[in-house]
Design a protein around this ligand. Structure first.
Ligand SMILES: [Zn+2]
Ligand SMILES: [Zn+2]
Length: 80
């Protein structure tokens, strides 16, 4: 499979861990963080590196939802 190295998609979609892809993704995260087009209090912004109190609260809530979904799935699987 051809991976476009040194690009965000190489890292984010193809999970390539080479330095070129990693650096592209870091630059992209920094760019999104600085651009200010993502509101604080979102787990997306936390993912991009913001650790303000609002984004930390958002990721906590998000993880909680994920855990509940997982347990729901487990319960459904146990029934069948
Ligand atoms: Zn790569
Ligand atoms: Zn924030």
């Amino acid at each position: 499979m051809d991976i476009p190295h040194g690009t965000v998609s190489g890292y984010a979609y193809h999970h390539c861990l080479c330095l070129a892809c990693y650096q592209a993704y870091q630059a992209y995260k920094q760019h999104r963080l600085n651009s200010g087009d993502i509101p604080h209090g979102t787990h997306t912004l936390y993912k991009y590196g913001c650790r303000c109190i609002h984004c930390r609260a958002a990721i906590k809530a998000h993880r909680h939802v994920l855990r509940e979904k997982r347990e729901e799935k487990k319960a459904t699987e146990a029934q069948s």
